[in-house]
Design a protein around this ligand. Sequence first.
Ligand SMILES: Cc1cc2nc3c(=O)[nH]c(=O)nc-3n(C[C@H](O)[C@H](O)[C@H](O)COP(=O)(O)OP(=O)(O)OC[C@H]3O[C@@H](n4cnc5c(N)ncnc54)[C@H](O)[C@@H]3O)c2cc1C
Length: 318
Amino acid sequence: MAEQALDAFRRDLRSWLEENVPGDLGPERTARLPEDERIRRLRAWQRRLAEARWVGITWPREYGGRDAGIPEQLVYVEEMARAGAPEIIGNLGIGIAGPPILAYGSEAQKRRFAPRILTADDLWCFGFSEPGAGSDLASLRTQAVLRGDYFEVTGQKVWTTLGHHADWCMLLCRTDPETRRAKGISCLLVDMKSPGISVRPLRQMTGEAEFNEMFFDAVRVPRENLLGELHGGWQIAVAALQNERGILYVVSMQILLKQARDHLLDLARERGAGRDALLRQDLARVYLGTEIFGLTCQRTLDKLLRMGMPGPEASIIK
Ligand SMILES: Cc1cc2nc3c(=O)[nH]c(=O)nc-3n(C[C@H](O)[C@H](O)[C@H](O)COP(=O)(O)OP(=O)(O)OC[C@H]3O[C@@H](n4cnc5c(N)ncnc54)[C@H](O)[C@@H]3O)c2cc1C
């Protein structure tokens, strides 16, 4: 993108954000809201962004995006952080579910799912990991048996981010019981309101419950909700996970962490924490940790820009 066009992109976004960022949805305020209220308000914020095409900017124009390249993505992350824009609650749908749906989905699936992902009418979660299949995802055992025009799904997933609020799930399951590894896996798009699904939040030591266990007990999924080919789910999973570690993620993680660190250091200065030698050491550790994290992000970004693919460092960031 030419420099002038990029400047115009930045100006447009900045002035839109100045007019539209809600003053009462900062991270500290939102964290104190009751959970359902927080989700409702963040959905409303995302809808506002979507109406002005300021979410899913890397998506094709035809499906509500802006065909944004790397320079615009960098500007986007910088400006959103600069404006203190609230969190985008549908990030998993926009960044991870949407791209494979657009790449592998039928036209009907694209038309059905894409607009609702952008507006946060549908929040998405990912049913990939299982108790016995984390790093070794290809050993997953959740089964989907094709019975005429529907699949019957039975099994368990774990670590499902946002599973307790999600409307839809991108689910990996074994459709060919004869193959034990990646070949017999399919990707289903599952309505989370389907009978037979139960979601159990996993409470963390912070008191929050972002992750869940999900149980599928003879859940019926219409055959038309198969994404891509039967037994062809592995390449979709790989595509989804690559998107997870894309540019927006790498840059925004770096900015968010530095903002949080600077906030902590300001607080520490204000309260005279520097007089305590042990606290001083802890703060120095936090400072160095975020600097090292920033360098790791830079390394990942460098590889992304040169090779179009994130390297293994991207997993450290996660
Ligand atoms: C913040 C966060 C959000 C997540 N959200 C989701 C989600 O929404 N949906 C979802 O499906 N999953 C999610 N996950 C799960 C995640 O994607 C991984 O599948 C999971 O963390 C890894 O599996 P595990 O925890 O069972 O670890 P394991 O696979 O048991 O690994 C434990 C440790 O052993 C090491 N290890 C494993 N195998 C080997 C080997 N062969 N050689 C050497 N070392 C090995 C690993 O590197 C790791 O350090 C999330 C995880 C995190 C941290």
